[in-house]
Write a protein that binds this ligand. Structure first.
Ligand code: AKG
Length: 279
């Protein structure tokens, strides 16, 4: 089993034109594959603008048109493709959904955002995904020949328990397609990724849309990969580009043997508190 492999994060400039977005990811995935990336991620909401007023109009079923394109692109380029997220319609509800395809083009995972982005920072940003979206209720992981991968979407990175659950299930990498903003992004985006990576001694990768200053929601950008020591391996600014990093599972093992917190956890003590609804 290969112990070192390259990931590529496509920080796409998402437009209001779905076909154009789908066309452009094709070009970027091909470029990333040519640069040796074996696992490639797209951003949250890569085929629609990010905003509650857009989700219904851009929503699709899974499987559907967009997932067929993802499958074809994964197969053509022989890569694992994490399809960022799209607004999914199912049973009369809308979800923020990530699908993953293997190098044969088969869908091997589907994750619906579990923690919806509802915040109110007076004078800065108020956002309520729950006005239109329903939350998912299931973890999603997938296996590759390199490592096991867990999935979260954007706001999910604020919840340590999700990454911890993936770590406990054997994931060595957690990928969060995400679209932070210029209010929370500057202080929280990198700090949260480094925290999740360090807490669990895993690799963490985030993939954002590029910043469109004319959009209703201005994204932070800065797609990033953090290593199990909590160090930023690779990052970027807000412009459209691809971020690469070489994930090394030997290094992950080294960090875990040097500071064995993952083996030292006292679930025998914490579990009672987390199971109880009281503090
Ligand atoms: O948590 C944040 O500050 C941003 C989250 C977000 O943009 C999202 O969940 O889409």
């Amino acid at each position: 089993m290969a112990r070192v492999f390259r990931v590529g994060l496509i920080q796409l400039m998402v437009s209001t034109n779905k076909n154009d977005n789908l066309h452009r990811i094709h070009k970027f995935v091909r470029e990333a594959a040519q640069q040796g990336a074996k696992l490639i991620s797209l951003p949250e909401c890569f085929n629609s603008p990010y905003g509650t007023k857009f989700f219904k109009a851009y929503s699709e079923t899974v499987p559907g048109t967009t997932t067929q394109v993802l499958s074809d692109i994964a197969k053509e380029n022989k890569v694992y493709l994490v399809g960022g997220s799209i607004p999914e319609v199912a049973d009369g509800k809308l979800f923020n959904t990530c699908t993953v395809f293997d190098p044969e083009g088969s869908m091997i995972a589907k994750y619906r955002k579990m923690h919806l982005f509802d915040i109110d920072v007076p004078g800065k940003i108020t956002f309520r995904e729950s006005d239109v979206l329903s939350p998912g209720n299931e973890f999603a992981t997938f296996d590759t020949p390199y490592c096991k991968v867990g999935l979260g979407i954007c706001y999910d990175v604020r919840f340590p328990e999700l990454a911890q659950a993936y770590c406990k299930r054997g994931c060595q990498l957690v990928i969060y397609p995400g679209a932070f903003n210029t209010t929370t992004g500057p202080v929280h985006w990198e700090l949260l990724q480094r925290s999740r990576a360090l807490d669990n001694q895993i690799y963490v990768a985030t993939c954002s849309p590029a910043r469109d200053k004319t959009a209703d929601y201005i994204t932070w950008g800065h797609s990033t990969v953090v290593d199990p020591w909590g160090r930023v391996m690779s990052t970027c600014d807000e412009k459209e580009q691809i971020v690469y990093a070489d994930i090394d599972l030997n290094y992950l093992d080294e960090v875990r043997s040097q500071i064995p917190v993952t083996a030292q956890k006292r679930y025998d003590i914490y579990d009672g508190v987390f199971k109880s609804s009281n503090n």
